[in-house]
Design a binder for this molecule. Sequence first.
Ligand code: ADP
Ligand code: MG
Length: 347
Amino acid sequence: MIRLKRAAYLIGFCVFLTLSGCEHSDMHSAEGEVVLKGKTMGTTWRVTLAGVDGSRRAVLQQAIQKQLNRDDEMLSTWKSDSLLSRFNQYQGEDPQPITADMADIITTAMRIGRKTRGAMDITVGPLVNLWGFGPTQRSPHAPRQREIDAAKALTGLRHLKLMERADGAWLQKDLPGLYIDLSTMGEGFAADHLARLMEQKGITNYLVSVGGAIVSRGTNAQGNSWRVAVQKPTDKENAVQALVDLQGHAISTSGSYKNYYELDGQRISHIIDPVTGRPIHHRLVSATVIATTALEADGWDTGLMVLGEERAQELALCQKLAVYLIMKTDKGFESWMSPQFKAFLRH
Ligand code: ADP
Ligand code: MG
């Protein structure tokens, strides 16, 4: 989440919603559907509802925006007074109280972190900032090796401990400079949270998206299941690379071909390999994951991006994940999908 640069990348490129066939949902909404949209976390959100009376529009819009603002106030590293920023600024080793929601996100992040052998690492913040993708903006220049080493020394999930006790959830670090970056999972969490809000409001046919994280349930106004298109990795057109029927699941895409800057002719991606301390640099250009929650999908997509094509495929197969990878080759783009992803495919 959290900065507009990423918003364009996600909404415009990774995944776009379709209401029928391959049409881009931003172009029009189908009859009988209520479409609400707005901004949050430096990106855009969009909620499409079927079977909902249009008179509820204003109340729902307000409730959605309020909830998203609260999520952002909890998770943003771009807001110095967010709960997360306060934990990051705290330089001691005493456990700090966190919300149950934040505990859920961190539990999922740590599990995916372990399963990706540290490729997905929410403590990567100092490196993200060093390479110019964090809230501490700087002019693009390649950091020196010693700067990379110094930032790397501040990372590592082993320095973080989550405790869930009768009196709530507590987070502890044994490294004062440890800095958590939940940007990669924030959109997924917010999308799941919006889906829960819809359920609380008695709405059962919805497609919600926050940035590139999408959750759906039920059917659209025509009674068909919601469909989502993964876009081709080119910034020229809205060409569909794959069309999926989420069947009540969530989807998220992470990519390296949009949020980057050029330095000495090289693309510097916003996804950092915690092992090298450097932006990823390989032919895997996007990873899309379908999972039961958007939080889960949003965690995996980044981890798989870091791992690169071969290790991502191995992990997808052994963890039985629904994964779609796009690789850039000399001859154009190639794709790969796991058997679990194929089951969601629509032609
Ligand atoms: P997007 O920004 O396109 O939604 P991601 O979900 O992959 O893509 O999130 C990328 C963000 O995650 C980066 O901008 C950075 O803040 C953070 N990040 C970068 N590398 C890692 C990593 N290895 N593990 C966890 N978070 C990362
Ligand atoms: Mg992600």
